[in-house]
Ligand binder design. Sequence first.
Ligand code: G6P
Ligand code: MG
Length: 211
Amino acid sequence: KMKAIIFDLDGVICSTDHYHYLAWKSLADDLNIPFDEKDNERLRGVSRMESLDIILEKSKENYSLKEKEQFADRKNKLYQQYLLKMSTKDLSKEVKETLEQLRKKGLKLAIGSSSKNTMLILKQLGLDTFFDAISDGNSIQYSKPHPEVFMKAADLLNIPYKECLVVEDAISGCFAAKSASMNVAALSSAYHCTFADYHLNCFKELLDIKY
Ligand code: G6P
Ligand code: MG
């Protein structure tokens, strides 16, 4: 029996995953580092600094920690410019209505995201007071595939891990959920994840699951 759903944010609730890509791409171009949408797949669910390290794998330079922090900052400022243009219009009707119907079923709903911009994004979408719990990049030590962010969300809800369903678009996130003995529904980029419990063609298929 599942009593709670923990949603990843970027690429699940909204399409900010594309803004992450555009902002990293701009930095990579400035540094003359090859970077495309395929490389971007490896950044899903991974923290900001870890993402930068993955991008810098293809660089010939050896940057200092201070330089790396400046790069991450530059990327984040650009990324936030995209976020600030977002509004309630960027919350799709499908996601909004599905969330409302899941709540009507009596399920607890939470966010489990590695992003430090989680609250800003939820505010832009008009979802800042909607969820029963929010666990994000500001309160964790280890990002996905470590299960910490999802365990924190379940602890805040006071629901056993086995009774949680995690919704993910990243393989790293599916892995994190499984490491915490949670159920996983994989969609979009993670659709083919072999160890997911559910494979969703679209968000509203969450309504077809037996909870
Ligand atoms: C999410 C995204 C990652 C991103 C991470 C940190 O997990 O899927 O691509 O790197 O959040 O985001 P932040 O907004 O803190 O830079
Ligand atoms: Mg994601």
